[in-house]
Design a protein around this ligand. Structure first.
Ligand SMILES: *Cc1c(COP(=O)(O)O)cnc(C)c1O
Length: 369
């Protein structure tokens, strides 16, 4: 990475000396994985921080998605969004489930509840929405539909670490929520993730499933997988949890500066704070109306790249455009007009805790040029 490059994100790193002290403890204990003491500590601290009743750590953010479908015995068809990171739909594919794409609501980039019912068939068993950019989905409307048709709801909450609505964690919505702690996310354990569930019974089952299905030394209760987090990354996670609030506050200031600078630029739109929502400022997407702006989204993206500022076109292309999924009946432009529109106009500006005023000024100047 070039010294003068501004990347779209940057990992929140713990203090190296403190981390080394914890490594020493791990070395002394000779217990490096399989539900060690840092693993237990991080699960407890995260559940408290996130205001959720039960949480299980995972080795990344994709395996809790895959495992949640196993745990709830989801089959047949699942309704989901094409406007996400590809792992959301891949999790369905790995379970032999047919994804059914429903268009999004451009006001929060999440699945549009008004369009869900028309996609339900006798084979539908669940809805898998995404709190895209950490913006809460319309969870109330989604739950009403799920209750009416007897469907499970699994939220891909990879972007929604710490997001609250009216003081309540968004992670308590639906049957299960999953988180990613990948290095690119607001809170990271390098690679890592978690699942949030509502009762002890489900947590127990999930903990078996993420450890090959072992219930004890000699009993395997289900064909589980290995998706355990190790002690080294749990220790890293404990340290990062102590500084995540400061990182979110630094992100808030960047978002505020972007908004102030870009508010009156013709052809550029972005999200304002949502009332009652504790945001985590995980991404700062802008949407480019080429006609009014005078340049296309891709022209802006390339110009910024030439100046060593790396934005990202999240989420372009849509998941439904990838070769695995584009043959599905629901994967058409006619079915997904809003998703296509956003995918073709979105550009996520650099957003992380370490951006300084000069960085933001440079990025803003490139947009305004
Ligand atoms: C990052 C991400 C994932 C996958 O998480 P990993 O930890 O990289 O496996 C899943 N869904 C969404 C929406 C993501 O952004």
């Amino acid at each position: 990475m070039a010294d003068n490059q501004i990347t779209v994100t940057s990992p929140l790193l713990p203090d190296l000396d403190e981390f080394q002290q914890m490594l020493k403890e791990i070395w002394d204990s000779k217990w490096v994985t399989n539900n060690g003491s840092f693993h237990k500590q991080l699960e407890k601290e995260l559940a408290e921080y996130l205001k959720v009743p039960y949480l299980s750590l995972f080795t990344n953010g994709t395996l809790p998605l895959i495992t949640s479908l196993q745990a709830l015995r989801i089959t047949g068809e699942v309704i989901t969004t094409p406007y996400s990171f590809v792992a959301t739909t891949h999790a369905l594919w790995w379970n032999g489930i047919k994804p059914v794409f429903v268009d999004i609501d451009p006001s929060n980039c999440g699945i549009n509840p008004a369009k869900i019912e028309a996609a339900i068939t006798p084979k539908t068993t669940a809805i898998m929405p995404v709190h895209c950019y950490g913006k809460p989905c319309d969870t109330k409307a989604i739950q009403e539909i799920a209750d009416k048709y007897g469907l499970k709801v699994i939220y891909d909450a990879a972007h929604a670490f710490g997001v609250e609505v009216n003081g309540k964690s968004i992670l308590n919505e639906g049957d299960i929520s999953t988180l990613s702690f990948h290095a690119t996310k607001v809170y990271n354990t390098i690679e890592g993730g978690a699942m949030v569930m509502k009762d002890e019974q489900t947590k127990k089952r999930i903990d078996y499933l993420k450890n090959f299905g072992f219930a004890n030394e000699t009993t395997v209760v289900a064909p589980g997988i290995n998706s355990k987090m190790d002690e080294v990354r749990a220790a890293y996670g404990i340290l990062n949890l102590r500084q995540v609030d400061a990182a979110i506050e630094a992100r808030r200031k960047v978002a505020e500066a972007y908004r102030a600078a870009l508010r009156d630029v013709p052809g550029i739109t972005f999200f304002d704070e949502m009332p009652g929502v504790r945001s985590n400022y995980s991404y700062f997407p802008i949407f480019v109306d080429a006609e009014k702006f005078g340049r296309s989204r891709d022209e802006l993206y390339e110009e910024m790249k030439a100046a060593n500022v790396l934005g990202r076109r999240y989420f372009y292309p849509l998941i439904s455009e990838f070769s695995t999924y584009r043959g599905l009946p629901s994967a058409t432009r006619e079915n997904l007009p809003e998703a296509y529109k956003l995918a073709e106009t979105v550009l996520c500006l650099p957003m992380h805790h370490a951006l300084n005023t000069e960085d933001v000024d440079l990025i803003v100047a490139l947009v305004k040029k």
